[in-house]
Design a protein around this ligand. Sequence first.
Ligand SMILES: [Cu+2]
Length: 161
Amino acid sequence: MNGQVHIHPWEKRWIQFSIVLLVTFMLAVGVSAFAFGFQVPAPERQVDPNTVALEGPFANPGLRELAPGKYEVYILSQIWSFVPNEIRIPAGSTVTFYVTSKDVQHGFLIQGTNINVQVVPGYVSTLTHRFDKPGTYLFVCTEYCGIGHQGMYGRLIVEER
Ligand SMILES: [Cu+2]
């Protein structure tokens, strides 16, 4: 024996094929993240769902202007509504959304954008988006949360400058 590992030619092909697949997936993730701005909706911080509506930013949810054209909005999800359920911003604004739930699991999706995140009680989900096109964007709950789920939505209105 000369110590060389013998790999069957077919096994070698499959190893090569799986490496090509891995590289393809890594490229797809990289291109989505850097060319298309996809974000991983990671939980941003932990909160106590029992007290989140009583103290801190979610006690007074809504839009806050940080700088001209730069906003953050705190949205409290509950059965079966979002507070607030109407948000108005001027076109060209960049908005960071902070969303949490005080009861059960909800979802938060803004139509026509990449914003789509799970809203889990005890966690704050965050995503950022720039709104250039004026119009009305519906945001909806995407996780079945009970009998009133289909009525759980709101409007984000992007106004002409
Ligand atoms: Cu819901």
